[in-house]
Design a protein around this ligand. Structure first.
Ligand code: PGA
Length: 250
């Protein structure tokens, strides 16, 4: 089955409104004739600025997180209702920075995944092992657990709005990329896990992005792999010079 490529930029905690508007505008122009599916995920405070720039274009609008509750007394959190109000299409959940720096566990991430899907969002569910887990031969097991627990209670119908991003933690922001072979092996394994949960057809349709130091010079080799269906890009998503060649990888 041929899956289409999906290239997403996670801007993390970068940029002011003026900088965000400039980058979003440049990307929209440059990617107008792009062949793949595209997304940019700015900080919450930038979403209202970026929304009208990407509206009606082939660049989707993402958020980097959401609260596990719809609304209420949750100081400092942002609700799915507020994100929907801004025109957000996709929510990135379970990013390793959320898992490890802000102690989000699989149960919390699963709650967010279900809430976001319930409200009609697309979800990018991030999974990935730590360096010590890889060195201990546990990369597959960690990714399997994060996939199973992250998707617990998600219906087969809602699964069509889920994308998985495999991001080995040791490769994020470090300049170290998994080899295309190592990444592909985990992607294939995760696809099997999805197959066991939802059947072969759903597994074949599942878009699995790779993330972790994706750069213009390694994007094409990664994308060439059978099971790598796109990229979730951090550092290189912050500049047109680096994001555009990744988005238009040949
Ligand atoms: P990086 O980040 O491309 O800077 O390694 C990827 C991510 O965290 O999504």
């Amino acid at each position: 089955m041929s899956r289409s490529y999906y290239i997403a930029g996670n801007w993390k905690m970068h940029k002011t409104r003026a900088e965000a508007a400039e980058l979003a505008g440049a990307l929209v122009t440059a990617l107008k004739d792009g062949k793949h599916k595209y997304l940019i995920a700015p900080s919450f405070t930038l979403i209202e600025t970026v929304a009208p720039i990407v509206k009606g274009t082939n660049v989707l609008l993402g958020a980097q997180n959401c609260a596990p509750e719809e609304q209420g007394a949750h100081t400092g959190e942002v609700s799915v209702l507020q994100l929907k109000d801004l025109g957000v299409h996709t929510i990135i959940l379970g990013h390793s920075e959320r898992r490890h720096n802000y102690k989000e566990d699989d149960a919390l991430i699963n709650k967010k995944v279900k809430l976001a899907l319930h409200h009609g969002f697309e979800v990018i569910l991030c999974i990935g092992e730590l360096l010590e887990e890889r060195e201990a031969g546990k990369a597959e097991a960690v990714c399997e657990t994060q996939t199973i627990k992250g998707l617990e209670g998600v219906s087969a119908e809602d699964l069509s709005r889920v994308v998985i991003a495999y991001e080995p933690v040791w490769a994020i922001g470090t300049g170290k990329t998994a080899t295309p072979e190592d990444a592909d092996a985990i992607h294939a394994y995760v696809r099997q896990v999805v197959g066991k949960l939802y059947g072969e057809m759903a597994a074949q349709k599942m878009i699995i992005q790779y993330g972790g130091s994706v750069k213009p010079d390694n994007a094409a080799q990664l994308m060439a792999k059978e099971n790598i269906d796109g990229a979730l890009v951090g550092g290189a998503a912050l500049k047109t010079d680096t994001f555009i060649p990744i988005a238009k990888f040949a």
